[in-house]
Write a protein that binds this ligand. Structure first.
Ligand code: SAH
Length: 364
């Protein structure tokens, strides 16, 4: 089968081309054609020697994941569905804002972490996306969004906050990140690329070594007792360890703070006492808080707090001198808001069947 060149970062492509007897500068040329100009046809890569173009046409390909749906929300948010084969599809969301355009990218078909309040988690897990499928979401979105009137790319920021846990798909995610940062590819600054994690401590340390980009950590609870329930990976990597990893990450982070995401669940983690405990937990860690009022989905079992409760909670944290933003619910009319991405996942972990039984038992 032909090699998909989207699976290579710069050094990877250089090594593969070296194996074909080509010089390193060829890798830069090909990388530019693919990622900067979005070219998928080798014969159009005019500064590449004809013989190499022909050879690439025989042994390689540039295969993007197919877009099977493209929906526009009333607020300008746009959601793409990508077919990644064998009954699996993942979602990518473009969020336009005044000063930037952010693409929210998926890293896995489904997710194995089972966070209690997340609809992706409910669907089970099928597989990791390949590097080609991750970077392919950016390439396709760039293509479909076009350029602004000044000829600039519309997507200025990328967040790995779609379906899946990025750090559970470490190697492919790092390859895709390197392509996002490489000047010959997408050329985004480290500060404009964010990895969001539920808290895989060893992988946070590895990311720090391999490719430090902006880091967001899904905190969601101030104590281990509560976090064990909401974010089960906490049983493996409890809060003290997670805070340690955040401190270590800050030594190399491109931004001098960690972003803590905090989904607000009515009556569960939204009290003044929770806010106070949170402040104790993050004491001494330069950070910002991003509060995400819970986005409901069928049978979630959780509710969004009243706006006044969210405001009070935000004020409580902000009053301690921590920059606190409340994420606007964007794209919820097309189920594109945080935690609503579901795509289509053929679960292979067989958890879902187990859950149905559990729920049935609770219902009795
Ligand atoms: N697995 C990574 C990447 C997913 S990012 C992580 O956990 O960080 C998606 C963000 O939306 C996470 O902070 C997640 O906890 C949050 N989220 C999940 N379900 C949600 C829901 N129903 N409402 C609001 N936020 C949700």
């Amino acid at each position: 089968m032909a090699v998909n060149l989207l699976d290579f970062d710069g050094p990877g492509l250089a090594a593969w081309l070296a194996g074909q007897g080509e010089k390193p500068f060829r890798a830069r040329q090909v990388l530019r054609w693919i990622h900067r100009f979005g070219q998928t046809d080798f014969s159009a890569m005019t500064d590449v020697a004809r013989a190499l173009r022909e050879r690439l046409g025989e042994i390689a390909e540039i295969r993007l994941p197919a877009v099977t749906s493209d929906r526009l929300s009333g607020d300008g948010t746009r959601k793409f569905l990508f077919d990644v084969g064998q009954g699996n599809a993942v979602e990518t969301v473009f969020i336009p804002e005044e000063d930037r355009g952010t693409l929210c990218v998926s890293t896995q078909a489904g997710c194995a972490l089972e966070c209690a309040f997340c609809s992706t988690g409910r669907q089970g897990f099928n597989r990791n996306l390949t590097a080609a499928e991750i970077i392919g979401q950016l390439l396709q979105a760039n293509r479909l969004l076009g350029r602004d009137p000044a000829g600039e790319r519309i997507i200025s920021n990328v967040v790995l906050m779609g379906m899946g846990e990025p750090l559970a798909n470490f190697d492919n995610v790092v390859t895709a990140l390197r392509l996002m940062l490489d000047d010959h590819a997408h050329g985004l600054s480290r500060r404009r690329v964010t990895v969001s994690t539920a808290g895989l401590v060893p992988a946070i340390d590895r990311l720090r070594e391999a490719c430090p980009v902006a880091l967001a950590v899904s905190l969601h609870a101030p104590t281990d007792t509560l976090r064990d329930r909401l974010v089960p990976i906490n049983r493996k990597y409890p809060l003290a360890e997670l805070m340690g990893a955040c401190r270590r990450y800050l030594e190399v982070a491109p931004r001098d703070f960690i972003t803590f995401e905090y989904v607000m669940l009515a009556g569960v983690n939204d009290s003044d006492a929770d806010a106070k405990a949170l402040l104790r937990l993050v004491d001494g860690i330069p950070c910002k808080f991003n509060l995400i009022p819970f986005n409901p989905f069928p049978d979630s079992g959780f509710r969004r707090p009243a706006p006044e409760r969210v405001r009070r909670f935000a004020t409580f944290i902000a009053d301690a001198g921590i920059v606190t933003t409340t994420r606007k619910t964007r794209g919820d009319d097309i189920d594109a808001a945080c935690g609503q991405l579901a795509g289509q996942v053929l679960d292979r972990s067989r958890r879902v069947a187990g859950r149905v039984i559990q729920l049935a038992e609770v219902g009795r």
